[in-house]
Design a protein around this ligand. Structure first.
Ligand code: GRF
Length: 216
């Protein structure tokens, strides 16, 4: 039976689309079903992509939690993450894929997934240990202009509480090109992401299957 994959998004959702397409192509590309999408942004275009593909989705809104805890943003995030884990687990996924998900996941979200045996991976547009966090492509581009780096890359990695620092599953280096615009670099990187998000998801599911067999 195809594995159950839940996808977290915040924006355009082109990587979600790549996953949907791969899961609906040959099962050797990705033997998985995208069962649900959660967005922390109401206007994320990825929500439309999910609807167009007949996939259910949830908008999980941090602002509502901030309103309930106006003087304690930490508590608001904690409560948000607790409920995020509940929303995820209610869908009984095997694997969660963060595909352009722009919200840092705290142990309040990660621990319940771990306890339930649900793996979680993330796509990050930088090489391991370089440009953690937001705007990684722009920061790499600027570093190249300053002559500090000659290549950047993308990775798919397991998610831990430290942002963009979990064990890598796939690392793909991308050479920087002199005179290239930021937009062209972004497009080149997205093209690599769209292939590797499906490969990384498949590899995480294969690893999960292997671990299940050895623990049986
Ligand atoms: C990707 O570049 C991803 O690596 C980054 O945000 C972008 C999301 O793009 N973290 P999309 O929403 O999948 O189109």
């Amino acid at each position: 039976m195809a594995s159950r994959v839940l996808v977290l998004i915040s924006g355009n959702g082109s990587n979600l689309q790549a996953l949907i397409d791969a899961s609906r192509a040959n099962p050797s590309t990705l033997d998985a079903s995208i069962i649900h999408v959660i967005s922390n942004k109401k206007t994320a275009y990825g929500l439309k992509r999910a609807a167009n593909a007949g996939i259910s989705s949830t908008y999980h809104n941090l602002l509502a939690y901030k309103k309930e805890n106006p003087n304690n943003p930490q508590e608001a995030r904690q409560a948000y993450d607790v409920d995020l884990a509940k929303l995820i687990l209610a869908q009984t996924p095997d694997l969660v894929v963060c595909a352009g998900w722009m919200h840092i996941l705290s142990p309040a979200a990660l621990d319940p997934l771990k306890e339930a045996g649900v793996d979680i991976i993330n796509l990050h547009p930088a090489l391991p240990g370089q440009f953690d966090g937001a705007n990684a492509i722009e920061r790499a581009y600027e570093a190249f202009q300053r002559g500090e780096i000659t290549k950047t890359g993308i990775m798919i990695h397991y998610v831990i509480a430290a942002v963009d620092r979990g064990t890598p599953i796939i690392v793909r280096e991308i050479e920087m090109i002199k005179g290239e615009s930021l937009e062209d670099l972004e497009n080149r990187m997205h093209a690599v992401e769209h292939v590797e998000i499906a490969n990384g998801t498949r590899m995480a599911l294969e690893e999960r299957e292997k671990n299940k067999q050895t623990s049986e």
